[in-house]
Design a protein around this ligand. Structure first.
Ligand code: FAD
Ligand code: NAG
Ligand code: NAG
Length: 670
């Protein structure tokens, strides 16, 4: 019965989503307290139909007042306190801030010991049935499940975006960014981790981190499950996508023509191309929450508070010891104490923000904000990100080869997905394959790629055509006028397309993060500093040339692949296909893949940019660790969800070891 009801609802929702049509213009309300959020919600895609109204009620930022419940609550996961408790305890062994990729894993591992109590505090809500649908990944970036962060305007990048600003959504949910991400599973090259270890980060060599990658993995990769670098007995499922277009076959075939074997691209032994490995089960998203919290709900020692906003870490100014956190729940301020440690897992934007708000950060900056300094540390002084260029799009002469929204959000694929999980809805946002290449620009002596190619079963235009939702391009905040002028001829008729996103793996340019003010509900100032180093530009152009050459091979020419001559309003008068043209195009469609790292950089104590030590303890503050993607000290050849889970697995062991070794002392003195 529930199944039928759910199906019916989903059907309505899908139809509803297809009706998002009206043009919109984002206004900026990025630094207002939470209760001002509705303005932001309203400025985005004002609902058209009663069905959209329903979706927005559940998904848009505070469309209905908080905690009033909404009609989708019954489709949403829930995390009541165990044992009929009405409020959390006054004190826990560990208080973890943020239930994202890292926080979920950590909370689960620490509560394996029944004697250890953990409070996990999360600003977002639990996920729901729609977030389980992989193809809908791009649709959640403008909903209540994402922090509506924007990068500061910076000259020469993001020129095609609304107001010239790149959008930096991050997951705001129990499960964090793993509830809205593309589910792509990557680990990085062995040399990436060996270099991190060689810089003085003991314990982080590839050999050592591989054990932690494997620990959580439940590999269901036909043909590769028994590979000694994979594990079939962990919790986190990794599988191939059950649906493949002819385009991924062409991509891999073209790769082989260029000398890249079709392999498990996570294999440490060689570089190559492969089918995307997705964190799904039978075509359903498996967020870190689903895998590490949902099934652990009954644990009496694990308390989870969703919809709860941490405003400060409490640190004793005299002993420089963290002892608890301050948080806001149902608009009331509370504090909770941590007997052993406070662990910051709020992600690469919010963790440095909370540290700075709590008096840990660059002295001069904190002084200028009027925040008393407890410890002068280079918090937020570094920020690497992975940008890609999604605008190299090929038109095909077919009509039924590409994935296109208009073909997917229909009754049959929806029912099939519900039943077997093997319809086009199982495709993680249209991503089908990954290829690692090293362009002629690279002077790296090791087999470390400088570009990752992400083969899409279509393009950023696959959400267009008459009645299309335009969710993908809007998720990037590309201006409608830019799409119209550059891609209108494809878009209007929903033509078949193929594209490979060209991802810059190891940018030289890096940015940073600063507070805007002392208000914990404000967003910090985020700087990507993208493409400020010319090597980054020429490397992406080399990637573009590579893909053009691939598209010229027979596997793609079978489909008549022809590069689309996009004429961007920002690049008029520059001859198409010149390097200058591509540079301008990259600076127009500068798209992030949301892998911000290094804002709470890990490093040995002689590293002037280090915030945490190799055991992730904040320098100069006792009982405080940062465990999330922000500790990754330098770029890795990977998307960051699996690496972040790995970091949390390792952190859990380090934390357990710390407190296990305390025990004998404690006992002998008592
Ligand atoms: C749209 C998108 C697509 C992506 N696609 C992929 C992909 O396909 N593959 C991949 O490997 N990686 C992908 N990533 C990156 C990856 O998901 C992240 O790097 C990873 O999830 C980061 O984990 P984390 O634990 O550091 O932070 P998060 O998972 O972001 O978790 C931080 C949590 O802290 C909470 N929080 C923040 N501030 C507070 C506060 N004050 N109080 C309480 N809670 C707070 C947040 O709400 C959030 O739930 C994607 C990211 C995004 C945003
Ligand atoms: C848990 O704590 C109790 C009481 O302190 C102790 O007797 C017991 O051995 C502990 N159990 C474990 C698994 O550590
Ligand atoms: C597409 O173009 C290729 C190459 O020109 C050709 O072989 C093929 O038959 C064409 N397909 C269609 C459907 O027109």
């Amino acid at each position: 019965m529930l199944q039928i009801l759910t199906t019916f609802l989903m059907f309505l929702i899908m139809i509803g989503i297809r009706a998002f049509e009206e043009d919109y213009d984002i206004e900026y309300y990025d630094d207002l307290p939470e209760n001002h959020y509705h303005k932001e919600g309203r400025s985005f895609s004002y609902p058209q139909s009663p069905i959209i109204d329903l979706i927005m009620k559940t998904a848009a930022p505070n469309y209905v007042p908080k905690n009033s419940g909404d009609i989708f609550d019954f489709l949403r996961d829930s995390y009541p306190l165990p044992g009929g408790l009405h409020s959390p305890y006054h004190e826990y062994d560990f208080v973890i801030i943020g239930a994202g990729s890292a926080g979920s894993v950590l909370a689960s591992r620490l509560t394996e010991d029944k004697n250890t109590t953990v409070l996990l505090i999360e600003a977002g809500k639990p996920e729901m049935i729609l977030t389980d649908i992989p193809i809908m990944a791009p649709y959640f970036q403008s909903t209540e499940y994402a922090w509506q962060y924007y990068m500061e305007p910076q000259p020469g990048v993001c020129k095609g975006m609304i107001n010239g600003r790149c959008f930096w959504p991050r997951g705001k949910a129990v499960g964090g960014s793993s509830v809205i991400n593309y589910m792509i599973y990557t680990r990085g090259r062995p040399q990436d981790w060996d270099r991190i270890a060689a810089a003085g980060n003991y314990g982080w060599s590839y050999r050592e981190v591989l054990e932690y990658y494997k620990k959580s993995e439940n590999a269901r990769l036909n043909g590769y499950e028994k590979d000694p670098t994979r594990n079939r007995n962990g919790e986190n499922p990794v599988e191939f996508v059950p649906i493949r277009t002819k385009l991924i076959k062409a991509f891999l075939e073209a790769g082989r023509i260029f000398g890249h074997p079709t392999i498990d691209y996570n294999s440490p032994h060689q570089l190559g191309f492969g089918y995307v490995q997705a964190i799904t089960t039978k075509g359903h998203r498996q967020s870190a929450a689903k895998v590490f919290l949902h099934r652990q709900k009954k644990r009496q020692n694990l308390h989870i508070l969703p919809d709860t906003y941490v405003t400060k870490i409490l640190i004793d100014a005299r002993t420089k010891t963290a002892y608890g956190v301050e948080y806001v729940r149902n608009r009331l301020k509370h504090t909770v104490l941590a007997r052993k440690e406070v662990i910051l897992s709020a992600g690469p934007i919010a963790s440095p923000q909370l540290l700075m708000l709590s008096g840990v950060g660059p002295k001069k900056h904190l002084n200028s904000m009027g925040i008393p300094v407890l410890k002068d540390l280079p918090v937020g002084k570094m920020l690497y990100d992975h940008i890609c260029f999604p605008g190299l799009i090929f038109e095909l002469n077919t009509t039924d080869v590409s994935l296109h929204e208009s073909k997917m959000l229909r009754v049959r694929p929806i029912l099939q997905w519900l039943k077997n999980g093997d319809s086009t809805l199982s495709s993680p946002g249209g991503v089908e394959g990954i290829g690692y290449i090293k362009t002629p620009i690279s002077n790296d002596p090791d087999p470390i790629p400088d570009i990752e190619l992400i083969s899409i079963g279509g393009s950023i235009l696959s959400d267009g055509g008459p009645g299309g939702s335009r969710a993908i391009r809007r998720g990037m905040r590309i201006r409608d006028a830019v799409i119209d002028e550059a891609f209108g001829s494809i878009d209007r008729v929903a033509r078949d397309t193929w594209s490979a996103f060209i991802l810059l793996l190891h940018p030289v340019s890096f940015g940073g993060i600063e507070l805007k003010n002392k208000n914990p509900f404000s967003h910090p100032r985020m700087y990507g500093n993208y493409l400020t180093h010319s090597k980054d530009v020429v490397t992406i152009i080399a990637g573009i040339r590579y893909v053009q050459a691939m598209a010229a091979t027979f596997p793609f020419q079978k489909f008549g692949a022809k590069v689309h001559k996009a004429s961007y309003p920002t690049c008029r008068h520059i001859p198409f296909d010149s390097d200058e043209y591509w540079e301008c195009a990259i600076r127009t469609l500068t798209a992030t893949l949301h892998h911000q790292i290094a804002t709470c950089r890990m490093g040995p104590n002689n590293d002037p940019l280090a915030v945490v030590d190799p055991e992730l303890r904040v320098y100069g503050i006792e009982k405080l660790r940062v465990v999330d993607s922000g500790v990754i000290p330098r770029t890795i050849s990977a998307h960051t969800h699996a690496p972040t889970m790995m970091i949390a697995e390792k952190a859990a062991d380090m934390i357990k070891a710390t407190w296990a070794s305390m025990l004998p002392n404690y006992i002998s003195y008592s």
